[in-house]
Design a protein around this ligand. Sequence first.
Ligand SMILES: [Ca+2]
Length: 197
Amino acid sequence: MKAAQILVVAVAAAIAVYFAVNLAGDTGKQVGQFAGTSSIVLDKRGDAVAQMQYQSDVEPEVKAYHDIVAASVKKIDGAFLFTIDLAGDPNMNEKYETNYVWHIISDKTYTVLMPNFAADSGFASKGWYLAVYDNTDSKYVLEMTKISDMPQDRVQFPVDAQLIGNPASFSYWVSVHVRTDSKNLEKPPDYLMDFAP
Ligand SMILES: [Ca+2]
């Protein structure tokens, strides 16, 4: 494994632990429900706001690619196709890490991470990655893996159903986070930008 990949995995580990804690303490959260073939939740356009989650001196400018307009999941063959529709092009990510996150709750809890590290950011890795974290057993079932660019209006990628235990039904919510600090990677992401439902 190259040094750059190790760095990215370290970032994701901090993120996954952070979400595990938040999820456990937030049992009243609204969720979407997948029960068979497909499910969608809608979100307001224009409601993305940079909410600081961890002390930061740098506030990211809110961009259209931070703004969720819908989230949907479809079962296709042996995979779940996870899609977050956005108000802007997520490939245009500037300066920071923007992380598109699926929180999956069935018998077990999983976090599906699709971060983009901007070309002009200070992060060692650039571009799109996919990782799947098993929050219940505190381990990666898929470590950070490089994936191709996204369509212009959404973050969409198929995930092998077995990676999240192939559940017949599950609850979910999605969130978009920004990490401005490319140096202190043990911290959780600095900002929550939008979430749905
Ligand atoms: Ca929104």
